[in-house]
Design a protein around this ligand. Sequence first.
Ligand code: 8DG
Ligand code: MN
Ligand code: MN
Length: 377
Amino acid sequence: MKPSDFTPAVKMKSYACQRRTPLKHHNLFLTDALETLAQNAEFSENEGRSVAFRRSASVLKALPHVVRAMDELKDLPCLGEHSLRVIKEILEDGTSSEVESTRQSEQFQAMKALTGIFGVGVRTADRWFREGLRSPLDLIHTGQKLNHAQQAGVQYYKDLNTPVTKKEAVVISDIVEKTVKAVLPGAIITLTGGFRRGKEVGHDVDFLITHPEEGAEERLMPKIVNCLEDQGLLLYQKTTVNSYLESKDGPARPASNMDRFERCFSIFKLEVDSETHAEGSLSNSCSTHHSGSTWRAVRVDLVVSPYSQFAFATLGWTGSKLFERELRRWAGQEKAMSLSSHALYDSKQQRYLRANSEEEIFTHLGLEYIPPSERNA
Ligand code: 8DG
Ligand code: MN
Ligand code: MN
């Protein structure tokens, strides 16, 4: 059989939003390595380099087979010289020296520990690192000045770094659903983020809330938060009002990927089944209150969207982060459109394109529909 008799392999598309990326893939040994380098680049605020590594990793996640030799990569997009060098080393030696030395470096480990504190970004972590601090305990011992978020972050450090299970997410969904519907009957609550993409664990639980009657959702968040607080369910919360309402300049296109919805970054106090808890090795910040009642801290993000923006908000909050980034890049570079979690603007037609579903947004963008479970770019 001549080579031309083979069915040619489907050419891998270059934007992650043009591809299906399942949660479980075949090249974790390579993608973990590339993502370590991506994270390290983030720690030095080198965004270009970080995105390049993330794109390379994402291409490997979309492959239907294990990569065993370099020539299997020759027709793939996004694989830069540096990524290829790392992949080659791993295929040949089993590990990459650059990746291993990064993982072992004091700076990388400290930055991981410090940015792993809720409320601490790369800038702050880097300043602390340069001052000689290495871990959350160092912050306490040296009496660092912390804002409220960071205080909660340090206080619940272990819990917040213990992955949230799907089961816990379902329990929290029930609580949020009941609370929101008590405050606003007819409200719609959607689980977004990683759990919507089918993840079994997450670093938090993300919810998007709306109401079919446009305007009914205005100023809803403070009411939800009050109701949660009355039930003793919140350990921490920071609510941001909808800057969109104030600005009155129509559906704007925010400079960053930060949107302007009413939102609440919170830490829930989640009752934990005492039997499960006894078996597991949960954090020491879990307290036993009375006869077997235990709890743990869980990060929860709540976002409220007007019904007219709900499809965009759903798409924007489902992720993955790279998938979102690629959607916006596709819109801008290939379609002269501007996509946010609020709206889609068509620069050629000079108008906003409406959508009632995620499917319609993909259609506007000239993309094949990718379901949430295949957006794990
Ligand atoms: P994980 O929690 O399981 O670790 O993963 P995840 O659910 O994918 O990550 P996430 O950090 O909770 O983010 C969920 C989605 O929300 C992700 O696609 C990015 C998006 N998102 C933010 N912040 C913002 C924001 O300010 N604006 C918009 N539009 N999206 C945001 O995390
Ligand atoms: Mn999440
Ligand atoms: Mn989140």
